[in-house]
Design a protein. Structure first.
Length: 137
């Protein structure tokens, strides 16, 4: 896994007028339940980096219980496991993403990049429209 920044790490895109465009994407079930947001994907990335859900939760500034709840909710929404957990032992337990979770994370990163590119292009078009309107005055 690369150490590519997530959307949470990205600063707003500056403009000449100090107007910024912010947006969020998330996944949910058909009824809108079971949100899988940037925070959940960020947690998954931290699990890869840190090797445990506890360390990932600490790094993300959330309780273990909240982190576990986010993972379980995502698993219920998706219908498959995201984590392989190994309890205790001589060196303590660890957590790793399942192959399906790695595919999900990779696909989400690609989707996020496509959104970033499309939104940037749309926002540039929007700013040009505003500029043309201002120039006509």
């Amino acid at each position: 896994m690369s150490s590519k920044n997530t959307i949470m790490d990205k600063p707003p895109r500056p403009s000449k007028t100090n107007v910024f465009l912010n947006y969020k994407i998330w996944l949910s079930g058909l009824t809108g339940n079971g949100l899988i947001e940037d925070e959940t994907f960020g947690l998954m990335e931290k699990i890869v980096e840190k090797g445990t859900l506890k360390a990932a939760a600490d790094e993300a500034g959330m309780s273990y219980r909240k982190a576990w709840g986010k993972i379980k909710s995502a698993e219920e929404t998706l219908g498959y496991a995201l984590l392989d957990k190994h309890r205790g032992g001589k060196d303590g337990g660890n957590s790793s993403l399942t192959p399906s979770a790695f595919k999900l994370l990779e696909a989400y990163r690609a989707l996020q990049q496509q959104f970033d590119d499309s939104v940037e292009q749309a926002f540039n078009t929007f700013k040009e429209s505003l500029k043309k309107t201002a120039d006509e005055k």
